[in-house]
Design a protein around this ligand. Structure first.
Ligand SMILES: CSC[C@@H](O)[C@@H](O)C(=O)COP(=O)(O)O
Ligand SMILES: [Zn+2]
Length: 215
């Protein structure tokens, strides 16, 4: 098998994983109004030799077509000649890969994550105390306390990036964009999915807990 064959196999596997994740998340209502984007890295991060497959911009992510994904380089430029536009938020993916060396990044919008980000905006992070699902982030302390960072949501995506660079916490595999949505990542698609599901559970928990305590 040549290196090109390996790459081809790796790329096909990334696309197959993205397709499965996309339809699963769509079935959960996690891509309302064409929102959300997904990516998986192929190639070696350490050797500075990688690309990532990412969802094309503005598509209805609840349907499957042959034009749902494309490969981009580390800076987010399309690697192949294509009419597809990479996600409008590709720069955010590039920066998260650069900062973490992760293997997959999933972004979704939900009512719970958006409300909770506004609820705690003045604090710039969402505090979470002792919720069991914190263990999904590989944090095993008794009654762990974590703070999920929240960054500004500018319409101009490059303006969001420096805040991500500044606020990303290597212990927490996710970052919230204010009144927008969560970016969650992991070493691979399995881990990124586990993290995303844990974040969404936690956001609903925090929202409901706040509501109970405000009565
Ligand atoms: C249509 S609202 C959502 C977009 O503005 C954006 O935040 C988003 O998540 C999807 O953008 P996309 O360019 O399709 O990746
Ligand atoms: Zn978004």
């Amino acid at each position: 098998m040549t290196i090109q064959d390996v790459r081809l196999e790796e790329k096909q596997q990334a696309l197959a994983e993205l397709r499965d994740i996309k339809s699963l998340f769509a079935a959960r209502g996690w891509f309302p109004g064409t929102s959300g984007n997904l990516s998986i890295r192929v190639g070696e991060f350490e050797a500075d030799n990688f690309q990532f497959a990412i969802t094309a911009s503005g598509k209805d992510k609840s349907i499957s077509t042959p034009e749902d994904f494309l490969f981009v380089d580390q800076s987010g430029q399309a690697c192949e000649k294509t009419s597809l536009k990479p996600s409008a938020e590709t720069l955010i993916h590039s920066e998260i890969y650069r900062l973490t060396g992760c293997g997959a990044i999933f972004h979704i919008h939900s009512v719970f994550n958006s409300i909770v980000s506004e609820l705690f905006w003045s604090r710039k992070s969402i505090p979470v105390d002792g919720v069991e699902l914190i263990k999904a982030f590989n944090i095993w302390e008794e009654e762990a306390h974590i703070e999920i960072p929240i960054v500004s949501n500018f319409a101009h995506i490059p303006s969001i990036v420096p805040e991500i660079t500044e606020r990303l916490d290597p212990r927490i595999p996710g970052i919230m964009l204010r009144k927008h949505g969560i970016y969650a990542w992991g070493a691979n698609a399995f881990e990124a999915k586990r993290h995303l599901e844990a974040f969404e559970f936690i956001f609903e928990y925090v929202y409901r807990w706040e509501l109970l305590n405000r009565r």
